[in-house]
Ligand binder design. Structure first.
Ligand code: ADP
Ligand code: ASP
Ligand code: MG
Length: 463
């Protein structure tokens, strides 16, 4: 148990160039409890690696993409001015170019994840060197020796028990050393490289914090905390100073990109406080995500999130009428095809489900395959309707299931929009609605206006 250890994760924009990396180094130096540093790839690099991984399908010019990657990495190498580091990184880029020759001819999930891993692998080397140059006793540790996962390439799930063992055995000199490792990357039992889904570095850092029973997990990014709404959508949105575990978990699940959807679960299991702050402005404070207090929570709405790329799958069948097990069969087929369902509504003869259109694979394969549809059609006389390009909007807060009038207010402020699905009551922490992608930003603005601006004005009047 390492109650005094803090795990710090630095995201893509926080390591994007040498001055950003210097900010990270300053944060590490000014917080002696930070003993583990988890890094993302330099901003933009993973998107380029995705193109390389999909080369067989997309007919991309791998050489051009590799040059773009070098245009991000080389300026940092020049600043760090270390011949052996430069050799090491260039050797990695050469290895990457060789893998690209394979990926431009065949699509293979093992190779895809191997290619995707290069961004974090290079970034970790750059961070170690930057820390050492600043007098920090930093040491690189390969995350494949820490996080063990299953072989679900592109969206691997960790083995928590093995990961804990690995972390405790490997990070065994925390008093003297600051360990630097890659986010996003894990290894399956065979030793193949796997990745934890886009944005997965947050999750890696959370898993390491859990294994160490750390005092806190810090997520350093390009915004000064978790905002009421993505500040890119509503620039006037405010930072939420404190969030409870469950609310933050719901926000992450429902698309607040600032946290990978699974980040909060390891922290919740181990009761680890999570801080989200900006490397650009560490003094600005940020959001603390903390355990639930014992006292009764008040009714409140804290945030709105959007989960994009949703597909609405409607299955209609008169065989469903007064028969047993129809829904179970549908879910069994979906589970077999590794399709995870978010929202569900049913009537006597139909069921509507939302699923991530590009859910499971980082490399962007659709989850609704012909095989899946064939199996669903074999259930009987079924009519299947697929509506793509939808967005799931989640209103997140506390005790929403027992707060009167919220649905009414939502519907009245959104009367111009077609809400395809609505879910309220399953959790006290969210109300979800499915809308066309094109309406999403306006819907978020209306909700923000109704529940944050007007409500605040109303409070002022009441006071
Ligand atoms: P990193 O590379 O550091 O992991 P990400 O791009 O993954 O950073 O996440 C940070 C981004 O998340 C912000 O720039 C912001 O646009 C977006 N974001 C979405 N929802 C929220 C929210 N509720 N609060 C803060 N940021 C959000
Ligand atoms: N580099 C990976 C991505 O862009 C993982 C991360 O940044 O968290 O998805
Ligand atoms: Mg991220």
């Amino acid at each position: 148990m390492h109650q005094s250890v803090i795990v710090a994760k630095f995201g893509g924009t926080s390591v994007a160039n040498i001055s950003a990396i210097e900010n990270c180094v300053n944060i590490v130096r000014s917080t002696p409890e930070i003993r583990v540093v988890v890094v993302s790839a330099q901003s933009g690099v993973t998107n380029l690696l995705v193109q390389l991984a999909k080369a067989a399908k997309l007919q991309v010019n791998s050489d051009e993409v590799l040059l773009k990657i070098r245009s991000i990495i080389d300026p940092i190498l020049i600043q760090l001015d270390d011949e052996s580091l430069e050799k090491e990184v260039h050797a990695m880029l050469f290895e990457l170019s060789q893998l690209c020759q394979i990926s431009s001819r065949m699509h293979n999930l093992h190779i895809c994840d191997e290619i995707l891993s290069f961004g974090e692998r290079i970034s970790a080397r750059l961070m170690v060197k930057s820390l050492i140059s600043a007098g920090v006793n930093a040491r690189y540790i390969c995350s494949k020796s820490l996080i063990q996962s299953n072989s679900h390439f592109g969206q691997a799930e960790p083995d928590i028990v093995r990961t804990k063992e690995n972390v405790l055995n490997t990070l065994n000199d925390l008093h003297n050393t600051i360990y630097v490792t890659e986010g996003f990357i894990a290894a399956d039992v065979e030793g193949n490289t796997t990745t934890l889904g886009r944005g997965g570095s947050d999750y890696s850092a959370a898993l390491i914090s859990e294994a160490l029973e750390a005092k806190a997990l810090q997520i350093w990014t390009d915004v000064a905390g978790v905002y009421q709404v993505d500040p890119r959508v509503i620039p006037s949105a405010k930072v939420i100073e404190t969030l409870r575990f469950n609310e933050a978990a719901e926000l992450a699940t429902f698309g607040a990109k600032v946290l990978h959807p699974a980040t909060l679960w390891p922290a919740i299991r181990q009761n680890i406080r999570v801080f989200v702050g900006s490397t650009l402005n560490p003094e600005a404070g940020g959001t603390w995500i903390v355990p639930k207090e014992n006292q009764e929570e008040v009714h409140s709405i804290h945030a709105v999130a959007e989960r994009k790329n949703q597909t609405l799958l409607t299955i209609k069948s008169f065989d469903m009428f007064q028969t047993r097990g129809f829904l179970a069969n549908i879910f069994a087929i979906l589970a077999k095809h590794k399709v995870s369902v978010d929202l569900v509504t049913t009537s006597e003869v139909s069921v509507a489900l939302t699923i991530d259109h590009i859910g499971s694979q980082s490399i962007g394969q659709s989850v609704i395959t012909n095989d899946l549809l064939t199996e669903l059609r074999a259930l009987g006389q079924v009519e299947i309707n697929i509506e793509e390009n939808m967005s799931l909007i989640a209103v997140v807060g506390n005790r929403l299931h027992v707060t009167s009038g919220i649905s009414g207010q939502l519907f009245s402020s959104l009367k111009e929009y077609n809400i395809r699905l609505f879910s309220h009551g399953a959790s006290g922490h969210n109300i979800c609605l499915l809308v066309n992608k094109g309406d999403a930003v306006e819907v978020i603005q209306k909700i923000y206006q109704q529940f944050f601006i007007q409500a605040a004005e109303h409070e002022k009047v009441v006071i």
